[in-house]
Design a protein around this ligand. Structure first.
Ligand SMILES: C=C(O[C@@H]1C=C(C(=O)O)C=C[C@H]1O)C(=O)O
Length: 384
């Protein structure tokens, strides 16, 4: 059995995660655990795993983690779980799948309103003493026929050999599907790793422009400021849990097929093995990669300026086992798929040095991950 087989066997409602080293398919639901208090949820997951026959619990955490808030975290202990090695190159033998063309495409908000919101965010940073806030926009697509999350996942896995390509069942029969480059947290034994990303430039089909974009990102003061706020926050959030913690002084250039980013690999040695990967993910979330600094004022500003609920976008997706090991990725470059419609999300970090027009372009570039997997020309999602 190889990863291509797991991908072919995936059906909506299942949990699927492909990373550079491993592919996981969790099928069926033996236990379902939902809740808005993530610490409590982590405790309930630990209890459920103690007497479950499946080896992992897997699922999603929402962006908004305020206890008692709207969107609940959802994990399931699947009926059966299969693991294989990396999806690549085995998925190369699979043909791409058709997703179908949308009959209606609408920005939420329209692009020009996102530009206004970014300008207001820049003003608010100063007024409210914020160092950074992350603003997102969404695009709604409607189809004449049913959309298949299976087909979108299939193409995403083929397109993305690195990162975290996932599908997870949501309440109401919806599916969150995406290909995130960003590791929120992994724990294996006492080894903890986080790979936060902030600072972005688009990739280009022209190799000269592509290399220039990467070098421009490495040289950009604005992007280094955006990144430093994030790397510091991740180190500070992990410090209470680790007896040893390492992070390089400067970020490195990382890439996906559609974007360049600045990334920092933070590694630590866990002090207490009772703290599971899910506890750690909940403690880190929401990082300034998707929310801002200070967290509470940034979240307030996000709620004021974004005309939609983030739901499971900018949350986390992953798994945890009975020993507490697991891995959780940030739910970006993703879509929430319903029966005949889907919503795509993309955001970007705003600091005082940001330019509103450039922020709109950055979100459009980030939509390319999903647009490519759906076979849509990029222009469909720009300037909406
Ligand atoms: C918020 C998103 O991406 C995040 C924001 C980034 C940035 O502002 O440069 C870069 C990577 C991600 O951490 C997204 O893709 O929606």
């Amino acid at each position: 059995m190889d990863a291509a087989r797991l991908l072919e066997d995936y059906a909506r409602g299942d949990f699927f995660l492909a990373t550079a080293h491993r592919t996981i398919l969790g099928s069926g639901v033996s236990h379902e655990l939902t809740g808005t208090d993530e610490t409590l949820l982590a405790e309930r997951v630990r209890d459920a795993l103690a007497d479950a026959s499946a080896p992992i619990a897997a699922g999603v955490l929402p962006f908004d983690t305020v206890a008692g808030g709207g969107t609940p975290g959802r994990l399931v202990v699947p009926e059966s779980v299969r693991f294989t090695g990396a999806a690549h190159p085995s998925v190369d033998r699979l043909a791409r799948r058709e997703v179908g063309r949308p009959v209606r495409v609408a920005g939420v908000p329209e692009g020009r309103r996102h530009v206004d919101a970014v300008a207001r965010a820049i003003a608010a940073l100063d007024e409210r003493g914020l160092r950074k806030v992350v603003l997102a926009r969404a695009v709604d697509l409607e189809f004449a026929d049913a959309v298949e999350p299976e087909a979108i996942l299939h193409n995403l896995v083929k397109d993305n050999a690195t990162g975290y390509t996932f599908a997870a069942g949501l309440p109401g029969g919806r599916t969150l599907v995406g290909a995130s480059p960003e590791l929120l947290l992994s724990r294996q034994g006492d080894r903890v790793v986080s790979h936060p990303h902030a600072g972005s430039m688009p990739r280009s089909a022209d190799p000269v422009i592509d290399r220039e974009n990467g070098q421009a990102l490495l040289a950009s003061r604005k992007d280094h400021i955006e990144h430093a706020v994030l790397a510091e926050a991740v180190v500070e959030a992990l410090r209470p849990y680790c007896r040893k913690l390492d992070a390089p002084d400067l970020p490195e250039l990382v890439s996906t097929p559609t974007m360049w980013h600045l990334g920092t690999t933070v590694t630590g040695e866990l002090a207490d093995r009772d703290v599971t990967a899910l506890h750690l993910a909940a403690a880190l979330h929401p990082t300034p990669a998707i929310c801002g600094t200070p967290t509470d004022s940034a979240r307030e500003l996000v709620t004021e300026l974004e005309p939609f609920e983030r739901g499971y976008y900018a949350g986390a997706v992953g798994w945890v086992d009975a020993e507490g090991d697991g891995e959780w990725a940030v739910t970006i470059r993703c879509a929430e798929v319903a029966e005949r419609s889907l919503r795509l999300y993309a955001g970007g970090g705003i600091v005082p040095e940001s330019d509103p027009g450039a922020e709109l372009d950055e979100t459009s570039a980030k939509f390319a991950t999903l647009a490519t997997a759906m076979g849509l020309p990029r222009e469909w999602l720009t300037g909406l």
